[in-house]
Design a protein around this ligand. Sequence first.
Ligand SMILES: NC(=O)C1=CN([C@@H]2O[C@H](COP(=O)(O)OP(=O)(O)OC[C@H]3O[C@@H](n4cnc5c(N)ncnc54)[C@H](O)[C@@H]3O)[C@@H](O)[C@H]2O)C=CC1
Ligand SMILES: O=C(O)[C@@H]1CCC=N1
Length: 267
Amino acid sequence: MKIGFIGAGNMAKAIIDGWVARKTIDTKDILIHSAHRNNYESYANRMGIKAYGTNSDLVRDADIIFMAVKPFILASVIDEIKEVVTEKKLIISMASGVSLAEINDCFGDNKEIPTIRIMPNVNVEINEGMTAFVRNKFVSDIIYEQIKSLFDDLGRTLEMPEKDFSIFVALAGSSPAYVYYFIDAMARSGVKYGLTKKEATEIAAQAVLGSAQKVLVGTKSPMDMVDEVCSPGGTTIAGLLAMEEAGFLTAVVKGIDATVLKDQATH
Ligand SMILES: NC(=O)C1=CN([C@@H]2O[C@H](COP(=O)(O)OP(=O)(O)OC[C@H]3O[C@@H](n4cnc5c(N)ncnc54)[C@H](O)[C@@H]3O)[C@@H](O)[C@H]2O)C=CC1
Ligand SMILES: O=C(O)[C@@H]1CCC=N1
């Protein structure tokens, strides 16, 4: 089974690196091509991946083709490869905001191309990702389960109706950036009080990691856990109320709303 990647950017590399860390896939079975030769050739050489000179040549040799290009480029790439995409190939798109129906339309001629739409996040690189899945009717149960199990090695997976992909993008696809930003804001505050950025970042990141793990393994709601940390008359409630006065909850919800709207505008 040969797995091709069209696009060798942040997301393609995060997925491949995650598989390599877990020894899920032999890099000899991975094929790659992107628009920037210097970038993808050096990565391919370093990883023992076969680099291709064109998208169509890659598609001819691949059984599974990951579309790892930006959403606005997807249609033109499909146009370029559609002559060589047969119904025996599997297309996997990770483009935000582009539906299975839109992808199918790009192939034209009523072609019945098995297609899976995924929404991963960059944390697949360290096998702590969160990836949503949906498929069209041409993907068999066996193939679907095989692909999902490849992503089980990269973190958690979840089958979702396509209508929920926009909110999933906000909560998992984009949210690592929001969490990094939160960690950086905390670390910056540490610097304000004399810590180095390095030590403040480590302290803040470990606090976020432990808190997230406690939410995932526990049965309590996050709000109950907030109450447990807020001692009466203590430091935490003073900090929490000051953050709320500055609009913490509203800022987060507005950020999620803007992400969802942007994703929906891509349709
Ligand atoms: N970066 C992230 O955290 C996430 C990204 N995604 C999705 O993954 C996709 C890729 O995003 P990134 O990797 O972040 O983008 P990127 O900009 O890092 O990589 C895009 C890649 O596409 C290549 N490319 C451009 N035109 C091409 C063409 N005509 N033929 C072949 N390759 C071409 C570029 O050379 C580059 O290697 C997007 O659709 C995005 O919505 C989904 C979830 C998270
Ligand atoms: O910002 C973006 O468009 C992509 C989609 C999800 C994460 N990054």
